[in-house]
Design a protein around this ligand. Structure first.
Ligand code: 0O2
Length: 225
């Protein structure tokens, strides 16, 4: 019986994939929605570039080291909808997923993160939807970053659309740590014992990176004085 259930489930997933895949490739609404996310990302990226420019003019240093943007792949969207038992449809994507458009702002110092986040949230065309401060409250594994979900208007030929964008702000040290942790997490054929050992080491590293961030920030403050 479990085999039969598994078989039926697999067949349903195949049908869903075919429908979702087809509708992604051929049907306009999904492509249209994805292009709205791209536009929203451009808007948010520009906002950060403007803030960086102004800050560097005022303080003679850049609060942004680098910016990364990404649009979630259709495969990842499908996976996420399925994990959450949500309908595979364009409406469902727009209504339920807030991280289709993602921008990561990498800063030299922790202070820069909060200054930039406050400046963004304070802009009158931005609506803050969600804020998760994993710097003040790191995850159990040591993960640190400031996450924001914001909504921004994009102006099209005949309409104005509001689009959600996930903003992740972190320091260079946090980015270094998160990239390595991500690599281990998504490595499929890693030995379980080794994975556990590495997870413990990474938690130690998270503590070290936190100390490093604080020390570097302190040095920077003294330079400024
Ligand atoms: P990807 O490929 O980076 O987009 P949600 O995403 O809202 O469904 P959650 O966990 O409530 O789920 O959101 P949260 O906590 O805001 O985390 C979302 C994103 O933050 C993740 O996206 C990662 O990019 C990053 N992140 C969160 N926790 C960790 C962590 O422990 N380690 C690392 N390396 N990154 C983390 P995705 O969708 O997982 O992946």
């Amino acid at each position: 019986m479990p085999y039969l259930l598994k078989y039926i489930k697999k067949q349903i997933m195949k049908i869903e994939d075919a429908i979702f895949g087809r509708f992604h490739k051929r049907i306009e609404p999904m492509q249209k929605l994805m292009s709205f996310y791209k536009c929203a990302l451009m808007e948010v990226e520009t906002k950060f570039k403007v803030l960086n420019e102004e800050f560097s003019f005022l303080h003679e240093r850049n609060p942004i080291d680098s910016i990364k943007t990404r649009i979630k792949s259709v495969d990842s969207i499908r996976k996420k909808l399925r994990q959450r038992h949500l309908t595979l449809s364009v409406n469902s994507v727009e209504k339920n997923l807030y991280d289709i458009a993602g921008i990561r702002i990498i800063c030299p110092f922790i202070n820069d993160i909060y200054i930039l986040a406050d400046c963004l949230i304070g802009q009158d065309d931005i609506t803050l939807f969600e804020k998760k401060d994993y710097i003040a409250n790191p995850k159990k594994n040591g993960y640190r970053s400031l996450h924001l979900i914001v909504e921004i208007p994009i102006f099209l030929q005949n309409e104005k659309r509001y689009v959600k964008v996930e903003v992740q702000l972190r320091t260079i040290a946090m980015e270094f740590w998160a990239n390595l942790e991500h690599r281990i997490r998504y490595k499929k054929d890693i030995d379980k014992k080794l994975a556990n050992e590495l997870a413990i080491e990474l938690t130690d590293c998270a503590e070290m990176s936190k100390m490093l961030d604080l020390k570097m920030q302190n040095i920077n403050k003294r330079i400024d004085k």
